[in-house]
Design a binder for this molecule. Structure first.
Ligand code: AMP
Length: 286
């Protein structure tokens, strides 16, 4: 496992891999790695000759007033966690390396429609910043495959749409959400929670499961289901931002749809948590 922090070094290695006809996979992250990130690395390693994990806390995707400055930067720990998986490269560039002309840059990747809604409504510029940096990382690494977590469902759709619209020569893969024992989706931002909040945080998953079960049982009063979940979230100390039953493409749900995703974001203490559920989630089978 090689740590690379400069673009010329990355390009030289990539050229050698290309010349040997090797297939490259990329796992973009912001570091502070947990089992969710590691599962994406393991998943993608099965189909690629070379795996690159990028670690870059991207200033462009933090809205004004968000946690860019205090976002956990834990490179030594991250390298120790990756070591047993032995990806070929950990690419951890500085902000100046990615944005030598300063940030923000003049060019943006905007996936119209998708980026303004749900999380986009509460995090100005977030998806544009994320899509722009992922485009940069794809251009630098030039992987055949890139993998993203289903926990960030809207983000996954943004990247899929971007790759399709721009004919990017990359296959976008996704990996299932890895959870704590109480159901809370693993996230670097969970460290902003107190022990007590971490216990209450499980209510977000519980409400998604309850809503998923109701949908599977044939309930179609979407507004009532959403409202009931918001009430439960407030009772558990959350400030819900949205809790919506949608089509898998994130259009408003109608009774004509046969498949749904429930998408939620809520603030608990100092942490903003997001999660979602699809109707094929194993928890709904019980
Ligand atoms: P981040 O470092 O938060 O930007 O996340 C990097 C990648 O890991 C993104 O594709 C996320 O969707 C994914 N990811 C984050 N949390 C999880 C999780 N609990 N399970 C699976 N993937 C995750």
């Amino acid at each position: 496992m090689k740590l690379i922090q400069t673009i010329p070094e990355l390009k030289a290695l990539r050229a050698r891999w290309r010349a040997a006809g090797e297939r490259i996979a990329l796992v973009p992250t912001m570091g502070n790695l947990h089992a969710g990130h590691l599962s994406l690395v393991e998943q993608v390693q099965t189909g690629a000759d070379r795996t690159v994990v990028s670690i870059f806390v991207n200033p462009l995707q933090f809205a004004p007033g968000e946690d860019f400055d205090r976002y956990p930067r834990t490179l030594a720990d991250d390298l120790a966690k990756l070591d047993p998986l032995a990806p070929d490269v950990v690419f951890a560039p500085s902000v100046d390396e990615i944005y030598p002309q300063g940030s923000p840059i003049a060019t943006n990747v905007v996936v119209n429609g998708l980026v303004e809604r749900f999380c986009g409504e509460f995090r100005a510029g977030h998806f544009v910043g994320a899509a722009t940096v992922v485009t940069i990382l794809l251009n630098l690494v030039q992987p055949e495959q890139a993998i993203f977590g289903e926990k960030d469902y809207q983000q996954l759709l943004v990247f899929r749409r971007m790759a399709r619209d721009l004919h990017l020569p990359v296959e976008i893969l996704s990996g299932p959400t890895v959870r704590e024992a109480n159901g809370l989706a693993m996230s670097s931002r969970n460290r902003y929670l107190s022990d007590e909040e971490r216990a209450s945080a499980a209510v977000l998953r519980q409400q998604l499961v309850a809503t998923g079960r109701a949908l599977r049982a044939g309930h179609r009063d979407f507004a009532a289901l959403e409202q009931a979940a918001r009430v439960q979230l407030r009772a558990a100390g959350f400030a819900p931002q949205y809790f919506n039953i949608l089509s898998p493409e994130l259009e408003p749900a109608t009774s004509q749809h046969s498949d749904f995703v429930v998408l939620a974001a809520a603030v608990l203490g100092a942490a903003r948590l997001i999660d979602n559920i699809r109707l094929d989630d194993p928890a709904l089978a019980a």
